[in-house]
Design a protein around this ligand. Structure first.
Ligand code: PLP
Length: 385
């Protein structure tokens, strides 16, 4: 497999580890999504939780996207990066009163509501402000996303959204709440979904629900299908851009829309993952009895996905063209889970080499922690090194 191209010379003076973002690839990805969005008349809300780096957010906002937020601070980060309040949606099972008030004060587009008590609190807080607030209800469609159990969200047994069976109760409740307007249905079945056909049963479920709503005389203007499109972690060089065409076409073919209905998407990972890499320096190469360990200056505090969900990131030695050898590549943190890959083929590696952990633009930098009193890695951009 080929290696990615990195400006290794320009990295020389930069303290490692750091995140490096390929801005050309981000812009290319955004323009492809934008074109398809126009083609089908869809609406995009970038899922801020995937990467909330200010410059990345600014570029996505400038491309005309809205934002999907899951905390009050994400709403603030989105607004400060230039996302219009009128294109912000706010999801999450545990929105606090403070966060709800913030969303109401900013007149965001819509709250994606996940429980009856949340509906009541939003109504109460809106009433105090003399406002009517738009909500969509998040429905748990009981669709298996065929992904890791920690990132599947659409099955009955997890904490997100309303179950299909509770919907009549929810619709009845909403009728009694004066300061809430129901404007749509919201779904999000999971993340890192690599087979686009997985979204077919979601479309079927949405079609059934629409019939159900219609039978009850409920008309909804907005259908939000969430995010979840996966990326190719195995071969980011062959597939730098996810299969957006097949993905949007699937929804176009399978969703039965009513007149003037708007379809919203909340893509996170598929927008930003491939443009980012974590760049780290080799601190030691340690020879064990039966293995060689490459010990990096980056660890699970900088990129937690492998430790958290056994995720794989392609590792490349970007300083070496020496013959391939096998290594375990690990971090310096005092946890056995602080390991990136095992028995892995890398070009012959020595102390001081630079290593790239690929496809780290999503759920990378934003998940960094200070465990072991470590520093949060800085970010650098291809257009400004
Ligand atoms: C995380 C999340 C997304 C984005 O998921 P990706 O897999 O990164 O596309 C979208 N919507 C909601 C509600 C989420 O929680």
């Amino acid at each position: 497999m080929t290696k990615g191209t990195f400006p290794v010379e320009s990295f020389k003076g930069i303290e490692t580890p750091f995140y490096y973002y390929d801005i050309d690839l981000l812009k290319k990805t955004l323009s492809i999504v934008k074109e398809l969005t126009h083609k089908y008349g869809y609406h995009q809300h970038y899922a801020v939780k995937a990467n909330a780096n200010h410059k990345i957010l600014q570029l996505i906002a400038a491309a005309g996207f809205g934002a999907d937020c899951v905390s009050g601070n994400e709403v603030k980060a989105a607004i400060s990066a230039g996302f219009p309040c009128s294109k912000i949606v706010f999801a999450g099972v545990g929105k606090t009163d403070k966060e709800i008030n913030l969303g109401i004060d900013y007149n965001i587009f819509c709250f994606n509501v996940e429980s009856l008590p949340e509906l009541e609190v939003i109504n109460e807080l809106a009433e105090k402000k003399g406002k009517k607030v738009s909500v969509a209800i998040r429905i748990n469609p009981n669709v298996d996303a065929h992904t890791h159990e920690y990132i599947t969200t659409g099955l009955n047994e997890n904490k997100f959204g309303f179950s299909m069976s509770s919907l009549d109760k929810v619709f009845d409740k909403i009728k009694t709440l004066q300061n809430i307007e129901l404007i749509g249905l919201h779904f999000h079945i999971g993340s890192q979904i690599t087979e686009v056909e997985t979204f077919e049963p979601l479309c079927e479920r949405i079609n059934e629900l629409q019939n159900q709503c219609e039978a009850k005389g409920i008309q909804l203007k907005n259908i939000n299908v969430g995010g979840g499109l996966g990326i190719d972690y195995d071969d980011p060089n062959a597939n730098p851009v996810p299969p957006f065409e097949a993905y949007f076409e699937l929804f176009h073919k399978n969703l039965e829309l009513r007149k003037d209905q708007m379809v919203h998407f909340e893509l996170g990972r598929s927008i930003v993952a491939q443009c980012g890499a974590l760049i780290s320096r080799v601190t030691y190469v340690k020879e064990g009895d039966s293995k060689k360990f490459v010990i990096l200056d980056a660890g699970m505090t900088d990129l937690i996905r492998p430790a958290l969900y056994q995720a794989y990131h392609k590792v490349e030695n970007i300083s070496s063209d020496l013959p391939i050898e096998k290594y375990d590549v690990v971090g310096p943190i005092c946890e056995s889970s602080d390991s990136f890959v095992k028995d892995y083929e890398l070009n012959g590696t020595k102390r001081g080499d630079l290593v790239a952990l690929r496809s780290a633009g999503a759920y990378g930098e934003i998940m960094a922690s200070q465990y072991n009193c470590r520093e949060i890695p800085k970010a650098y951009f291809s257009d400004k090194l």
